[in-house]
Design a protein around this ligand. Structure first.
Ligand code: SF4
Length: 227
């Protein structure tokens, strides 16, 4: 498979935020979100066999723990990434899959925790969510909306209600989009949508979601890669 990078850091998002995690970042994405901070993964990278990826993960985290398969869009390399996930599970790792939600997910091993984006109107990639994925979500999965303004928020709020997401998954995540050119200060001023404003909207509407900030962008310089 084509790999951009493998590294160990602190999980910045989801209900696993704050935990040590090995990230396996695959190359390539078929979407072009306006706020994407992973454009460097669209091309390049290097070929690695499943065994080589497993070896590197084991070196970084011999004690087990969390491994996140991410990208780019990892499901574009489904033929190779599905057996990798299975092998990681068999080795005792807790496996997270971060995916755009555009690819079908029914063949992902059930024990993998799927963290699935639903792209909002101002992402530049609206209506790309593969609606059949709603039917294959498990109780341990998580659905994420990255929001850049009120239009995105209302879309996410209504999507959650319309599809009764709260009863289907472990968590619904509302996360303000970060400026992709952000660097220097580790500050919420880099968010495209003020987290305070988002919090007030969520409270007013009683949205059954968790407000998430990308924790790694407050620990390290937001422009830093490999963290
Ligand atoms: S799906 Fe993810 S990697 Fe692809 S463009 Fe959007 S944010 Fe970037």
């Amino acid at each position: 498979m084509q790999i951009s990078e493998i590294f160990k850091s602190i999980q910045g998002e989801s209900t696993y935020a704050g935990m040590a995690c090995v990230f396996v970042r695959l190359t390539g994405c078929n979407l072009r979100c306006s706020w994407c901070d992973s454009e460097y993964t669209f091309t390049g990278g290097h070929r690695m066999a499943t065994e080589e990826v497993l070896e590197e993960v084991e070196q970084l985290s011999p004690e087990g723990g969390l491994v996140e398969i991410t990208g780019g869009e990892p499901m574009l390399q489904e033929r190779e990434v599905l057996p990798l996930m299975q092998r990681l599970l068999e080795s005792g790792y807790r496996v997270l899959l971060e995916t755009s939600g555009e690819r079908p997910l029914e063949r992902v091993p059930k024990r993998v925790v799927r963290i699935v984006d639903v792209k909002c109107p101002n992402s530049g990639e609206p209506n790309t969510f593969h609606m059949e994925n709603l039917e294959v979500l498990e109780a341990h999965d998580e659905v994420k909306f990255v929001l850049s303004d009120r239009t995105d928020y209302e879309f996410a709020r209504d999507f959650v209600a319309q599809h009764r997401l709260a009863g289907r998954v472990n968590a619904i995540l509302f996360s303000p989009a970060f400026r992709k050119d952000a660097s220097g200060a580790r500050s919420s001023s880099h968010c495209l949508l003020d987290p305070q404003e988002l919090a007030e909207w969520m409270l007013a509407d009683r949205v059954p979601a968790r407000l998430g900030l990308q924790m790694h962008k407050f620990i390290w310089d937001p422009a830093m890669k490999g963290v």
